[in-house]
Ligand binder design. Structure first.
Ligand SMILES: NC(=O)c1ccc[n+]([C@@H]2O[C@H](COP(=O)([O-])OP(=O)(O)OC[C@H]3O[C@@H](n4cnc5c(N)ncnc54)[C@H](OP(=O)(O)O)[C@@H]3O)[C@@H](O)[C@H]2O)c1
Length: 326
């Protein structure tokens, strides 16, 4: 099969498309999917550089989110899927290829009317953002939400879903282009942190403070965002796209009476199974209704995998970046 393969750890440019890479074997209970589109995410860059929390031995095919059609059902696979079904799904690696195998619990049907590209773009970012708002922060309509990295995959999803949940959204990003997209996705206001010091800008924009902060960036932006919280506000740490894990003085938490929270999507259903089921059902409804449609900022073809990874690595992605596999 055709696949984008990482044979030696390194920068995005070390990926190469091969025409005769062996298709993955199908184990008991698994399904084979002909991939039509895959999303490119920051962790793909980290896996390739061998800088992710865990290591994948080379050679491997990056790519964790995909959409396509089921072409084979393994023995003893549960009956909910059949050959020909359109599905979207997640895997740790392997999606930048014509074929991927997956277990049924990592797949879900693509609602009618949703394109392969949108389905591939939908998975991790929207689920992470929705769980963060709905379950972790327990955000209520009318609350004031601050989203860092608001032009990125998780951030833009948080902007869109925050607006859908009736929150007043302040988007924080590094460019006016990203802020314009965030505004189109429902942000009430935007702050370009390259132009204005974030602490002062948030103080001016939200005189009574914020209720919830969603932070997929970390680094220098985390502390001024946390300082914007009102009493009993919630700060949700999602990731460290800046490359720096922030160290926040604990006295700020004491003085503000705020809550600092965090979670990993892959662990959440083990700890909060009922809430995750509720969130996922609500989110599927929002996707089917067109209210939670991911913003696709750039589309590349499989032979352009290195350029797609570079786009994400350089922080240029606005919303989601997609690889089409056909
Ligand atoms: N906890 C979880 O379960 C979970 C789930 C999904 C993702 N994550 C993590 O969340 C983080 C964001 O994911 P994402 O998909 O939203 O990423 P993304 O689409 O690449 O967006 C990341 C944002 O971070 C900002 N940024 C600042 N410095 C950067 C740098 N040096 N390189 C790249 N971006 C930089 C950029 O915003 P501005 O420059 O505009 O500020 C960019 O828009 C990642 O660390 C990812 O691993 C965690």
């Amino acid at each position: 099969m055709r696949a984008a393969v990482c044979r030696a750890y390194g920068p995005p440019e070390s990926i190469a498309v091969e025409g005769d890479y062996p298709a993955p074997g199908l184990s008991e209970g698994q399904l084979r999917v002909r991939v039509r589109a895959a999303a490119v995410n920051f962790p793909d860059v980290l896996f390739m550089a061998n800088q992710y929390q865990m290591s994948v031995p080379v050679p491997f095919i990056p790519g964790s989110e995909f959409a396509g059609v089921i072409t084979e059902v393994g023995e003893a696979a549960p009956p909910q899927f059949a050959v020909g079904d359109r599905v979207m799904g997640t895997t740790m690696v392997g999606a930048f290829a014509e074929e991927v195998v997956a277990v049924p619990r990592s797949l879900s049907p693509i609602p009618a009317g949703v394109s392969d590209e949108s389905a591939a773009a939908f998975g991790v970012a929207h689920r992470t953002a929705y769980h963060a708002l709905r379950t972790i922060a327990a955000a209520a309509p009318g609350e004031r939400l601050v989203v860092l990295g608001a032009g990125g995959g998780v951030g833009l999803a948080a902007v869109q879903l925050g607006a859908v949940l009736g929150l007043d959204v302040t988007a924080v990003a590094s460019s006016d282009e990203k802020l314009a997209v965030a505004a189109a996705c429902g942000a009430a206001r935007g702050i370009n942190h390259k132009r204005t010091p974030l602490r002062a800008a948030l103080k001016e924009a939200l005189t009574d403070g914020s209720d919830v902060v969603i932070d997929p960036v970390g680094g220098e932006l985390a502390e001024p965002a946390l300082r914007s919280l009102r009493w009993a506000g919630r700060f949700v740490s999602i990731g460290y796209a800046s490359g720096t894990i922030p160290r926040i003085p604990l006295n700020l938490v004491l003085l503000k009476g705020c809550k600092v929270l965090g979670f990993q999507l892959r662990d959440l259903s083990a700890h909060e199974p009922a809430a995750v089921r509720r969130d996922e059902e609500e989110l599927r409804g929002l996707l089917a209704d067109g209210k939670a449609m991911p913003h696709i900022g750039a589309t590349f073809t499989l032979p352009e995998a290195a350029a797609a990874l570079r786009h994400v690595a350089d922080g240029k992605a606005v919303g989601k970046v997609i690889l089409t596999i056909d």
